[in-house]
Design a protein around this ligand. Structure first.
Ligand code: GLV
Ligand code: MN
Ligand code: MN
Ligand code: MN
Length: 425
């Protein structure tokens, strides 16, 4: 009966903003920095402490906790039936220096939904599971979103387990350590049945703020490719080697980089985004010509054809560079654009309209995600969608990342409504 309020409406109305803010602050203390940032790369000692904190918090809410072969954590509020659960959540790992919201917000929002359901005394037909995916960021072990990727396709896990971090620790060893640290947590397999999935996240870009919208209905996620480029020349003396007799790996890398930036500028109208984010120079000495330079490329676009053209350009440019050395490159992460199903978007629209209207903040904005998210992999597996809230100044992957408390609250309200509707279908 609408007048008395549906279960979804009651759940939305029981979301507690102060409790949410307290939970965000408590999790941010794990790896918290003086500048307000959070340094909690995946499966580090501090991340394991944060995971323990999440396990304790979820158990206090009455959740059953489970962990799978990729150390993904699931916090389950049982339903009245054995139907497959509705999944929500995000990731609790951060960039080397990230903010307190990227990922953490989605996990804590899921737990706040459970707290609201407890307060309201609402039972749902399906169980609701809140997930904290392992290694969404991909900064320590590349690529990103390994946990959700392995969840939907366990055949990907063996290759991920071989990936090493900068200290030569394998992802597999790090996962095993996390599993040992969670020895009291029930183990389960990957690829468990899921009815549907909703991920709530900060936008991490400027679209919602510029539109003065409190909430975003995410229609999809742009395509992404990551490459590793290696230029191998010859290390030699900086003072004695004539310029025309060098095989300078830095000169090759810088020339290639300039050509890639020029290509990105030519594709600006198509919104190609290019980032050359990680560089390694060998031997990295003031007075030795670099013999070896490695760098990474991150390219993104909503239009996969633009990324295809980028790859052709990269291939041709590398082949055309004349010097004594070698340039090699490999793609180590590639995702087509993700398009979320219309019926999920309709439900999220309805949830955002109710939350936004009650708060006098108007209608949600529709947008595509510039960042990738675990929802990108879940969309391969079950009906999936995302809700965004604004990011101040569009800033993320930075200690200054921030979202107004009211916007964070409205996001969880929209999530609560959506999850409860899905859990009663
Ligand atoms: C993950 O944070 C991404 O790069 O989108
Ligand atoms: Mn994130
Ligand atoms: Mn991130
Ligand atoms: Mn991300």
């Amino acid at each position: 009966n609408q007048a008395a309020g549906s279960a979804a409406e009651k759940a939305q109305d029981h979301v507690n903003s102060n409790r949410l803010q307290d939970a965000i602050a408590a999790l941010a203390a794990f790896g918290g920095r003086d500048d307000g940032g959070v340094a909690r790369e995946t499966l580090t000692a501090i991340d394991l402490e944060a995971r323990r904190h999440l396990i304790t918090s979820a158990r206090a809410l009455g959740c059953e906790v489970e962990i799978d072969d990729c150390a993904n954590l699931f916090f389950r509020r049982p339903g009245t039936t054995d139907l497959p659960p509705v999944l929500t959540g995000s990731h609790a790992d951060t960039q080397p220096v990230g903010g307190k919201l990227d990922g953490a917000y989605g996990v804590l929002a899921g737990l706040e939904v459970i707290a609201a359901l407890n307060d309201a005394g609402i039972q749902t037909q399906r169980a609701i599971e809140v997930v904290a995916w392992t290694n969404e960021e991909g900064s320590r072990f590349g690529p990103g979103a390994m946990g959700s990727s392995a969840f939907v396709d366990p055949s990907r896990l063996p290759a991920y387990r071989e990936v090493k971090d900068g200290d030569n620790i394998t992802f597999g060893a790090a996962v095993d350590t996390a599993l040992q640290a969670a020895a009291d947590v029930k183990h389960r397999g990957l690829r468990q049945p899921i009815a549907s999935c909703v991920e709530l996240h900060i936008e991490q870009g400027p679209v919602l703020e510029r539109a003065h919208a409190a909430l975003g209905v995410v229609t999809g996620i742009q395509s992404v490719r990551w490459y590793r480029v290696e230029c191998v020349g010859m290390a030699a003396h900086a003072g004695t080697t004539p310029m025309d007799e060098r095989s300078d790996a830095m000169k090759a890398a810088v020339t290639l980089a300039q050509q890639l930036y020029a290509h990105a500028a030519a594709e600006a109208a198509n919104n190609l985004r290019l980032t050359l984010g990680r560089w390694q120079v060998g031997p990295n000495s003031v007075n030795t010509i670099p013999g070896n330079v490695e760098f990474t490329i991150d390219v993104r676009c909503v239009d996969a054809a633009v990324l295809e053209r980028f790859e052709q350009f990269l291939t041709q440019t590398v082949a055309a560079y004349q010097w004594r050395g070698k340039i090699g490159f490999e793609c180590f992460f590639s995702r087509p654009p993700t398009i979320f199903p219309q019926d999920m978007l309709n439900l999220i629209e309805q949830a955002c309209v109710r939350a936004g209207t009650l708060a006098g903040r108007g209608a949600p904005q529709h947008l595509t995600s510039g960042a990738f998210h675990d929802a990108m992999y879940l969309a391969e597996y079950c009906p999936t969608a995302m809700i965004f809230v604004p990011s101040k100044g569009g800033i993320s992957h930075n200690a200054a990342e921030e979202t107004a408390p009211e916007d964070l609250y409205l996001g969880v309200q929209a999530l609560a409504y959506t999850v409860v509707e899905l859990a009663n279908r």
